[in-house]
Ligand binder design. Sequence first.
Ligand code: AKG
Length: 267
Amino acid sequence: MSTQLEHELESSNAWLHDLPMLRNKLKEDGYLFFRGILDVQALEQIREDMLEIASEYGYVNRDAPLADGIYSGQSFPTSTKFETSPIYRRILELPRFNAFGSSPVLSLLLSGLLDSEIQEHRRRIGRITLPGSFKNTTPPHQDYFYIKGTPDTFTCWIPAGNCPGELGGLAVMPKSNHLGMLEHEPMQGTGGHGVSHERCEQLGLPWLTTDFRIGDLLMFHGHTLHKALDNRTEDRLRVSLEYRFQRKEDEIDPGSMDYHMKGAFDK
Ligand SMILES: O=C(O)CCC(=O)C(=O)O
């Protein structure tokens, strides 16, 4: 367990009129965070589409409104990972979830920041994280370890629902993008590899997070260290999305051209 305290992410909304400033901040800090710039209605629909599937499999308490995302208490088979489950397979096919990757705000923001025609990865991710499932919490890592291609790939992490600290959220380590690739070792948690908590502490940099709200956007570079926080709620499902972008002319890993976990599902 990390003992590093989490501090507040800095919002870049004040610089939305100033692309050179945003580019500079992204380069310096390795991340940008925007409050309330995404289409809330579209995100609410994606949230409901995802929860509807989870509900079909018995994970949502239907005594409460679907949109509340209340966990039913049904345990997830210990032998199955969320990423290889039929629920996840179905989420990855949801039309509105897939279409959001080319939504106007993301397309304009990313092409402006990268000053280039952009390529959005097909390898989109829509996660539902159960309360108390701490052993599945995503450990500290740099996305380039998994995404390959070019390190100048930018992840957009998006909460599909309000996501206060106790529901998990994501934390980034500012300026860790200047450290190059750090050693990743096998670790418990989603992905299965990460940078050890001890190593992260040695770096002497803070972890930044916030009480995320629907409509917020956290964007970071392929070398920026980040980690999920535990879903410590009693009974709420954490619903989150990931879309990735790079310059069209940069190297791309073939895995990014297809849906996530294709290899595992096709076996
Ligand atoms: O939401 C999570 O649990 C992990 C997200 C992540 O690692 C990413 O967006 O790259």
